[in-house]
Structures are given as structure tokens and as C-alpha cells.
Design a protein around this ligand. Sequence first.
Ligand SMILES: [Zn+2]
Length: 53
Amino acid sequence: MAVCPECEAEIELKEAIKGEIVQCPDCGVELEVVSVNPVELAPAPEEEEDWGE
Ligand SMILES: [Zn+2]
């Protein structure tokens, strides 16, 4: 179980892989798995999608 750094929602990860990008089901932010034991999440760098503006 990991905790979203943005909204503190609990995120269940069955198979956490370091470097994997997951999305918080609660606030929708993209998070990178930075550690797997214990699982730690950090906001993913915004680079793959262009949201405009
Ligand atoms: Zn969240």
C-alpha cells in the first residue's frame, strides 16, 4: 500500500516496479514508483503528454 503525495489517498499496488508510472485513482495525478520496499511514490515528471496552455 502506498500513499499519494498529492492527496494522501491510499493506492494499492499489486506489483510495484521501480520507475513505473501509476495514476492516483483519487486525484488523477501521475506518480512514479521511486521505491518498492516500502513502496514510495513521487509526482511523475510531466513530459509525455502535452496538456496545452
Ligand atoms: Zn492522489
